[in-house]
Write a protein that binds this ligand. Structure first.
Ligand code: NAD
Length: 342
């Protein structure tokens, strides 16, 4: 079963990832498509928002997985206003197959002219740019920050590496198979080698095993949710001890949870502002830009947008998300006035 939601195309053809997961739902796809409209508008891209999902286990044998992806590509071939990108459960190779069938996809392998956004850590780079700006609006200091990453995949790993370069310490980490904490910090390079060998953080030697729920509530400066939606909800928002939450995942927190966090003084960097690195990279690739241009654009755009949103939120005493939604929505509505004529 596959689902495609094209949410808005006023600014241009929709770009949004293709997610493969056994339990993904139509509702998740709709919400993610809207998040892409807001994200692309916030990033000032010439693209609207969409999202697609294939309901299947991403650890299927490779040939079966490619078969499903090519079948999906045939299914969306006529929807010219949708450009497929990678997401959880799909990768650059999957996008090459979509491109082969439909003639359009982003996040392609280097060999066919792509800028492999997961390989270069486009989203992790952008998250760190957002966190650098957040220092002015909180007590966060990245050079001695303690960080927790929920979901040690492409986004989580690169964010952890970029933050470690700035002096931060990774003290908690999880993947779908388990969570661990190490108050003195993990050896990130060794943990990456363990992960890249196909093992889980659950079987890593350092630190101690903890529950997925406890991971989110570890004492830390930065919490990076980088897995699935709705992990921070009203029930656990009161227990989170991070100073700043940088939303690597799309829609990782409910509106109610973000209100609780704001009341407790936790600064939340909204997903569609902070995690736009991947789609900015994809748009640069689509318009034939280089990898260097992609990285520079990611940092410039995300720093400027984060600063503008946090400044206005502070001045108007509003939630960063509320301000960001206003900004993105105004841009989409303006773009819509240019379409279709009177
Ligand atoms: P990925 O598949 O590379 O990694 C996801 C990681 O999360 C894996 O390690 C997986 O084991 C782990 N995970 C899954 N379920 C979990 C759970 N319940 N608890 C803890 N860990 C769990 O995916 P990714 O590309 O890193 O994307 C992660 C999130 O970031 C997704 O929400 C995605 O939509 C969002 N995102 C990704 C990009 C990008 O450029 N890749 C851009 C913007 C947003």
């Amino acid at each position: 079963k596959g689902i495609l939601v094209v949410d808005n195309v006023a600014a241009g053809p929709a770009i949004g990832g293709l997610r493969m997961a056994a339990d993904v739902t139509k509702e998740e796809c709709f919400r993610l498509a809207r998040a892409m409209t807001l994200k692309n508008a916030m990033a000032g891209l010439a693209h609207g928002g969409g999202k697609s999902v294939i309901v299947a286990d991403p650890s299927l044998p490779e040939a079966e997985k490619i078969g499903l992806i090519r079948a999906f590509a045939h299914g969306v071939n006529d929807i010219q206003d949708y450009i497929t990108g990678p997401d959880m459960g799909t990768n650059e190779a999957a996008m090459a197959h979509v491109k082969d069938v439909t003639g359009r996809a982003v996040g392609l392998p280097r060999e066919i002219g792509g800028i492999p956004l997961d390989e270069i850590g486009a989203t992790g780079l952008g998250l760190v740019a957002a966190l650098e700006e957040a220092q002015e609006f909180s007590e966060l200091r990245l050079d001695d920050a303690r960080i927790v990453v929920q979901g040690f995949g492409s986004v989580g790993q690169h964010a952890a590496c970029y933050l470690a370069e700035k002096g931060a310490l990774l003290v908690g980490v999880s993947d779908s198979r388990g969570a661990r904490c190490a108050p003195d910090g993990f050896d990130i390079d060794a943990l990456l080698a363990h992960k890249h060998g196909g093992a889980s953080v659950a079987t890593w030697a350092e630190g101690e095993s903890i529950s997925a729920a406890d991971l989110l509530c570890l004492p830390c400066d930065v919490l990076i949710p980088a897995a699935r939606p709705d992990v921070i909800v009203a029930d656990n928002a009161g227990l989170i001890q991070a100073r700043v939450i940088a939303q690597g995942a799309n829609i990782p927190a409910s509106a109610a949870a973000e209100a609780v966090l704001a009341n407790r003084g936790v600064l939340v960097l909204p997903d569609f502002v902070a995690n736009a690195g991947g789609v900015i990279c994809a748009a640069v690739e689509y318009h034939n830009g280089s990898e260097t241009e992609a990285k520079t654009t990611i940092v410039e755009k995300i720093r400027a947008n984060t600063r503008a949103v946090l400044r206005r939120a502070a001045d108007e005493n509003r939630l960063p998300r509320a301000v960001a939604v206003d900004v993105a929505r105004e841009r989409v509505l303006r773009a819509m006035t240019y379409r279709g004529g009177p």
